[in-house]
Design a protein around this ligand. Structure first.
Ligand SMILES: NC(=O)c1ccc[n+]([C@@H]2O[C@H](COP(=O)([O-])OP(=O)(O)OC[C@H]3O[C@@H](n4cnc5c(N)ncnc54)[C@H](O)[C@@H]3O)[C@@H](O)[C@H]2O)c1
Length: 348
């Protein structure tokens, strides 16, 4: 039986244990120093506090000071911490990860290097490894429309595994697919890794439309749908500029994940608060107080730097990204006007 360790016992890390157990992996779950209260609840026999679903049976738990034991002899290590924790957890786990056959990555975000250059997470992980003279196994980027609570409960879920070596993605897809967890394999690591954080940013715009509806009593569905279409266009555009396939943004990683995040994800909830009149800063503080990570918040500024790095005219080519970034950094005063202007089709 192959052994896998999931690094990060938050909503997603714990949820992924469900299909892993169902598909026959021997599963370990390692909690960071921020996860003790989550592991306490699980050990007390309660559901996971973030998903409200009990952890899949048979998963062995490891505390933050047991990282070496958790990684010992694993076939696969899964990085499942929030993007801001990826560099640190990568550094701590490098020794174990280098001995595994593959590293999977469910974290979604961008990562700045020491000089402030923005990298996609797999590139950042490879850079950290090379700085420590460590050779990494292939990285499998995981994305798609996966709400942690539904995945944890074993409800039908479709996801995408992206690895530069498509045979690796296909092998793990075949090993992990269950009746309720279907996996598409692709070699478009870049496309998968661009859509994952970008959809968090765009979900904020979808939430703003919902918040405007709640605040005024008049649904803003037209605005929300136009923002959705613009978001997909911008994800596909950015992907292609960075070497991804056009189609990836139109599949599970782009359209699929944006749909699920725009229905009820934390980034959308954050946007709804803004649409209802809260300032971007106050809404973020409130989400933090509720332990609700809003990854689109830091990702928006990082994405603006990334597009600048690639010489993209953001106002013209990616106006919705510019609008959300401006709302977040308060350079834009009226979120409704900013989103509405950004989704108007250009005919020239
Ligand atoms: N929740 C979902 O439905 C879902 C689905 C797919 C992918 N993801 C991605 O998985 C990742 C984790 O999301 P989640 O929903 O489990 O979030 P969560 O807030 O429930 O858990 C966050 C995890 O990251 C760790 N973490 C947070 N900040 C850290 C830091 N500074 N240093 C080290 N570790 C840190 C926490 O200890 C915890 O293990 C995110 O990148 C998210 O985008 C989430």
């Amino acid at each position: 039986m192959a052994t896998i360790v999931v690094l990060g016992a938050g909503a997603m890390g714990s949820a992924l244990c469900r299909p892993l157990v169902d598909s026959g992996w021997n599963v370990r779950l390692w909690g960071t120093w921020l996860d003790d209260h989550l592991l306490d609840e699980i050990e007390a026999g309660h559901p996971h506090p973030r998903t409200n679903v009990p952890l899949a049976p048979g998963v062995k738990l490891y505390r933050s000071n047991q990282l070496a034991e958790a990684l010992d002899g694993v076939n696969v290590a899964v990085m499942a911490v929030a993007s801001q924790g990826v560099p640190k957890v990568t550094e701590l786990a490098l020794g174990g990860i280098s001995k595994a056959d593959a590293m999977w990555l469910t974290s979604k975000g961008f990562s700045p290097d020491e000089r402030g250059k923005i990298q996609l997470l797999p590139d950042a992980i490879r850079r950290i490894a090379s700085q420590h003279a460590v050779t990494l196994p292939p990285i499998v980027a995981i994305a798609g429309p996966v709400k942690a609570n539904e995945c944890a409960a074993g409800l039908t879920t479709c996801t995408i595994f992206g690895c530069k070596d498509e045979a690796v993605a296909k092998r793990y897809a075949a090993m992990t697919t269950t009746d309720n967890y279907a996996i598409k394999a692709t070699d478009d690591e870049t496309g998968v890794e661009i859509c994952a954080p970008m959809k968090n940013i765009y979900a904020i715009a979808l939430g703003i439309a919902d918040g405007l509806g709640e605040a005024t009593g008049s649904p803003h569905h037209n605005l929300k749908a136009a923002a959705f279409a613009q978001a997909v266009k911008e994800m596909s555009f950015l992907g292609q500029r960075l070497g991804a396939e056009e189609a990836t943004a139109y599949g599970l990683a782009g359209v699929g994940d944006l749909e699920v995040t725009g229905l009820s994800g934390r980034n959308k909830v954050y946007g709804t608060r803004i649409g209802k009149g809260q300032s971007a800063k106050d809404a973020f503080k409130e989400m933090e107080r509720l332990e609700q990570t809003v990854e689109g918040y830091p990702a928006a500024g990082l994405a603006m730097k990334l597009v600048a790095q690639h010489g993209i005219d953001v106002t013209r080519e990616m106006p919705l990204l510019a609008a959300v970034a401006g709302i977040i950094d308060a350079s834009v005063k009226d979120p409704e006007v900013a989103v509405a202007l950004a989704v108007r089709p250009l005919n020239s």
